[in-house]
Ligand binder design. Structure first.
Ligand code: HDE
Length: 709
């Protein structure tokens, strides 16, 4: 059928030139009203939203300076009216998030397996928007909550928007979307008290998951350090579900999507997370924004795990079950592209808050599978935007608008920015040329014609019922340190649970995962008699190979690139040492912050001044990957009685960080850490001369000295 003449592109924006790097949002001109208002003080007067120039924005209209205010004051009314309506409902989950713009670049021509335009040509760049988030906390909750992180990617392709709405954990709590409201109700603050905020450490959550054995695998992940990442830049992303790839011949394969961070994997420890939340609740968003601002653009590789029906039939679990993963060792990952975040948003609300991801947004070459979690999501994401963004026209908001031409006859509603023009607003019509041809577009999306038949039932497939084997595989794949962290996290969370029977029920599931883990948790809780193991619904698979890819520490980057060093300086600190350290760190791509007893800084040994980036109690060591204390003899005495200084060193020591210190500070550092002779701990390094500094910087690439007791 011929394209009707009065089909109108509702978005006239230019598709970015694919040959060149996308230069920001091509919709910027549409954002004029919101984003490019001139600030007061730039010379022009403020105006009302209707454009009326304002003469005085400080005072209401009154009868005399002390008289009553007048109802006539439309400037005041309009200003207050806009303010009263500033808030929109926060996302029902993933309320707290941070976004950035960037691009996706295809590194491998995948046209053998998919006709997705984004993956069809090496070097092709597609504009992207990414939002990272926590799940349970509200908008104002701290970044370092123990939680899953959302990893939602919108690719503005030439065949429509493709949203990969993933998480930083490859599996999920539940198998069927029907249970999502229950899961989220249980994780959110308890309804009668309204707390705790942004935590799963309470009865309702553990009650629910203890009654849902299918959550066990996911519990292992959220009790691991995956749930407290060091940075958005150091976490993986996963599409979670199995999707389909479809090529031009209509042949289809299954696929799982993986984002691998170029910066490597890194997490913080729980004790650090708790303290970071107090010291800098915006730790993750600040880290992302700063990295982009400094030109150290966060980057991930997109990997595909591609497999076929034969593999699916042999795999001991259902590939449609989102509580299971496919180990990389079994189906290797094919790297096909890279995602680079190179622009911060201009306005948080306009972009990060209003971005609307929908799992149903796929493009030709990608298709859904029968995963009942995915199918349920396809309804929920579209539906939720209506409430949150106030109407059906959220695709007219620049951050959501496709960059390709849009042609349809849908119209009107709240917030309409563009409607089709001309007489025709229905199809077929007689106003758009010849209407006698076939009513089909060859390039249009076609669902893969998977053959389906069966009875209508409400049931789970039997292949979904092994809930413990992969949890066991995950546990065995961790290093000793990580296993200890998992046990500690269970003990912490369950110690916040007030009902003993719930604690015991969790231990009864853990007995099916690992005897060692269950005993460690019981021991940590002080539970003297182990409960019976929960009866498994299905015989577990016992010969699953461990997978190194599941461990964070086995994938530690051994690099300081993008890491942050806190350098504590006092008056009289050796200027040469400071300079050498800064140079060495810079050479490794690390960033630094100078921490000083007073914010106006210090005078170094040569009389030069150094400004502080943080006053010592505003820059605790939990904010840094590595610390150095460069103090002079005279200053040591005053540091001694400074609690913030003692915490700076003691925390870094407890968190197993590398600590460099000037010879003058050696005594005090060793007194605080009670390590006796600091020289006996290879991550405590005295910095007397250049070679010490270089070896300190070199060894601190390990980021933590886990062997420290
Ligand atoms: Fe979501 N999820 N989800 N989810 N989800 C939302 O959509 C939902 C699930 C994920 O940065 C909501 O726009 C259901 C899995 C991310 O804006 C809502 C189910 C995964 C984000 C919703 C799931 C996710 C959301 C709330 C079970 C990883 C944030 C606001 C079937 C693969 C996107 C919104 C952003 C947000 C529903 C489970 C990831 C209510 C019904 C599994 C990253 O629609």
């Amino acid at each position: 059928m011929k394209k009707p003449e009065n089909f109108v592109a509702t978005n006239q924006a230019k598709v970015p030139d694919q040959a060149s790097e996308p230069q920001g949002c091509p919709f910027k001109h549409l954002m004029g009203g919101v984003m490019h208002q001139k600030a007061h003080g730039s010379g022009d007067s403020l105006t009302t939203p209707q454009g009326l120039p304002i003469s005085d924005d400080q005072n209401q209209l009154k009868v005399g300076a002390s008289g009553p205010s007048l109802l006539e004051d439309m400037n005041f009314r309009e200003k207050m009216f806009k303010f009263d309506h500033e808030r929109i409902p926060e996302r029902v989950v993933h309320a707290r998030g941070y976004g950035a713009r960037g691009y996706f670049e295809c590194l491998d021509d995948c046209s053998d397996i998919t006709m997705a335009s984004v993956l069809g040509e090496v070097g092709k760049k597609t504009e992207a928007f990414v939002r990272f988030s926590t799940v349970a906390g509200s908008k104002g909750s701290p970044d370092l909550a123990r939680d899953v992180r959302g990893f939602a990617v919108k690719l503005y392709s030439e065949t429509g928007n493709w949203d990969i709405v993933g998480n930083n954990i490859p599996v999920f709590f539940i198998q069927d979307a029907m249970k999502f409201p229950d899961l989220i109700h249980s994780a959110k603050p308890e309804p009668h008290t309204g707390f705790p905020q942004a935590q799963t450490a309470h009865d309702n959550f553990w009650d629910f998951v203890s009654l849902m054995p299918e959550s066990t695998h996911m519990l292992m992940w959220i009790m691991s350090d995956r749930a407290i990442p060091r940075s958005f830049r150091t976490m993986e992303g996963f599409g979670v579900h199995t999707f389909r790839l479809v090529n031009r011949d209509g042949a289809s394969k299954f696929v799982k999507f993986h984002w691998k961070p170029k910066a490597g994997l890194q997490s913080v420890t729980w004790n650090e997370a708790v303290k970071i939340n107090g010291a800098d609740p915006d730790f993750h968003r600040r880290d992302l924004r700063n990295a982009i601002e400094m030109g150290d653009f966060p980057e991930w590789e997109l990997g595909l795990q591609v497999f076929d029906e034969d593999f699916a039939a042999e795999f001991p679990f259902s590939i449609l079950d989102s509580t299971k993963l496919i180990p990389e060792e079994l189906v290797p990952i094919r790297t096909v592209g890279r995602l680079v975040l190179d622009q911060n948003v201009d306005n948080f609300f306009a972009e990060t808050e209003q971005v609307a991801f929908c799992t149903q947004n796929i493009i030709p070459g990608i298709d859904f599978t029968n995963d009942p979690l995915l199918q349920g999501r396809n309804f929920s994401y579209l539906d939720t935007q209506l409430k949150r963004l106030g109407g059906p026209n959220f695709t007219h908001i620049p951050v959501n608008a496709p960059r390709c031409p849009v042609r349809h006859f849908m119209q009107d509603g709240h917030g309409t920015m563009k409607n089709p023009s001309g007489r025709a607003n229905y199809e077929p019509n007689s106003w758009s040329g010849d209407q006698t041809g076939p009513r089909e577009w060859s390039g249009g999306f076609k669902s893969f014609p998977a053959y389906e038949e069966g009875e209508k039932v409400r049931a789970r497939a039997e292949t979904f019922s092994d809930h413990y084997s992969q949890a066991n595989q995950f546990y065995r794949s961790q290093t000793k340190v990580e296993q200890q962290h998992i046990a500690d996290a269970f003990v912490f969370e369950l110690s916040k649970v007030e009902t003993p029977a719930i604690r015991e029920r969790i231990v009864s599931h853990l007995l099916n995962v690992s005897d060692e883990l269950a005993r460690a948790v019981a021991e940590g809780l002080g539970l003297e008699v182990l409960p019976e193991a929960a009866p498994p619904a299905r015989e577990p698979v016992t010969d699953l190979q461990t997978s190194d890819a599941l461990s964070i520490l086995k994938n530690c980057p051994n690099s300081l690139k993008g890491r942050k060093c806190g350098i504590l300086l006092t008056n009289g600190a050796d200027q040469k040492l400071v300079e050498t350290l800064e140079k060495a760190l810079k050479a490794e791509g690390a960033t630094m912050e100078i921490v000083t007893p007073k914010i106006f800084g210090v005078t170094l040994s040569d009389g030069s001044k150094r400004r502080g980036d943080q006053k010592i109690d505003g820059g605790p060591s939990v904010l840094y990957d590595v610390i150095a204390v460069l103090a002079s003899d005279e200053a040591v005495e005053s540091l001694k009685s400074m609690p913030a200084f003692r915490d700076f060193v003691a925390d870094a020591f407890a968190h197993k960080k590398y600590i460099g210190f000037s010879p003058e500070a050696a005594g005090l550092v060793s007194e605080i850490t009670r390590a006796g002779d600091p020289a006996s701990d290879e991550a405590m390094i005295e910095l007397s001369e250049e070679k010490d500094v270089l070896s300190f910087v070199e060894s601190s690439k390990a980021l933590r000295f886990w062997a420290r007791k």
